[in-house]
Each structure stands twice: as structure tokens, then as C-alpha cells.
Design a protein around this ligand. Sequence first.
Ligand code: ZN
Ligand code: ZN
Length: 256
Amino acid sequence: MGFADLHIHSIYSADGTGTIPAILKHVADKTPLNVIAITDHDSMQGVQEAIQLAPRYGIEVIPGCEVSTAEGHLLALFINQSIKPGLSLLDTVLMIADQGGIAVAPHPMAKGTSSLKITTICQALENPLAAKVLVGVELFNGGLVYTRANPAVSRRLHQLDLAPVGNSDAHILPMIGRGSTWFEGLTSRDLYTALMNKQTVPQSGRGLDGWVVMKSYIPRYVLRKLGWAAWNASPEERIRYIRYAKHLMDQSGVYL
Ligand SMILES: [Zn+2]
Ligand SMILES: [Zn+2]
């Protein structure tokens, strides 16, 4: 059996604090995860780096993105290019279909962040093509300070006919895997099959709470705004802090 966390933010999200190599090192050393998805807000800047480095860390990375649709956030997985934000849920799902990807509805109905309503998801699922692409929904999201588990979605899961998923929505390294999805097999292909067959099992974890925000998130966020982030030179070396903007410019010409 394998574990996946399909909702992780890196420094390519304005509120993310970990570089891609640091995320990979943390996953390899501190979590049982076999498969992760890097899902930055409306950006796939970190995905190529993650896919290239992942084998060195013994992890598989699914290319993804958290798309800001006009009706709430949507995780797009197994896609090649980022999807334009601001479209309706249905149009966004159909664009994901064009790329052969699939979608998961993150934190439905969550307050404090842009979230899809269950009625909006149901409407989109009336489109036969969309129903083949929008295949999963988060029952557990470790990144919400308040209601992390979603009883309303649990109650209507049968009606929704979606694969139940647990994710961390991590914006800091220690949150990764605090919310995950169990699936039969070990690879991203196995996970894809489990999602399509609605055979995933969400796992909860200690999510973000006020204490973690104060102790872990805010200091990292401040460091990130000052240009520093956790980074890793190779799987054999420890995670350390660097001035990441310079590093990224040297490596890939990217500047945040
Ligand atoms: Zn979100
Ligand atoms: Zn997110």
C-alpha cells in the first residue's frame, strides 16, 4: 500500500515557505509518503525541478497546480501546463480534460479561503466529461485552522460519487503528510487507478492549529519574505537555510 499527499505548496506560492529540494528531503526523511503533488497557487514553476529531483529522494512527484477558479480552488493533477485562473469550475475541469489530467476538489465549503460549494461540484458533475475528470474530493485538509475534517462532504459522498482524499495543504515542511491518502500499490499510476476507481482512503493527521501557526508558520513566513528559505543540496546532506532568490536565479533564472 502507498501513501500520497496531493496538496503541497512550495515557495512558488506567495504563502509557501519551502524550496522544492527541501520538500523532497523532508518527505523522504520524515514521512511515509511514496507520491506527492506540488500544487502551488496558479503556478507550475516548481514542478519540473520537483520531477527531475524526485528519483534521487526515492519519491514520485505528480505535476499539479491549485487553480483559482471563479467558484473556488481546484487541484489539477497530471497536467502539463498551468490552467488559467478565474474560469468557471466546469470550464476549468474541461481544460484539465484537454491535458489528460484529473481534478480533486480541495477543502469544499471551507471558510476563510476560496472554496467550492457542494452544489457547484454537483452541477459540474452533471457534465459527463467533467464527471470523468473531477474524480476526488478532500474529506480531510490539514491546512485549515478550524474544521479540518468535513462531515458535510462525508454525508454526501455517496451522492457525489467521488474518491475521498486526505491532504495536508502544507505551506511549511513540518505540515507535509499531516493529511494523506492511502491507495493500493505504490506508484503514481497506482494512485491514478485508485482515484478513478474511488478506492482511496483518506488519512487524517494533526493539522494546522493556532500553536503551529505561531511557532512554525509565522517565523518561516517572515524568513521567506526576507528572502530566506529551507533548502537541500543533496539527499545525503541536511536541510539548511539559504537566500533562495539568489539560488533560484543561479539555477533556473527564476526570481520571485
Ligand atoms: Zn486552497
Ligand atoms: Zn492549498
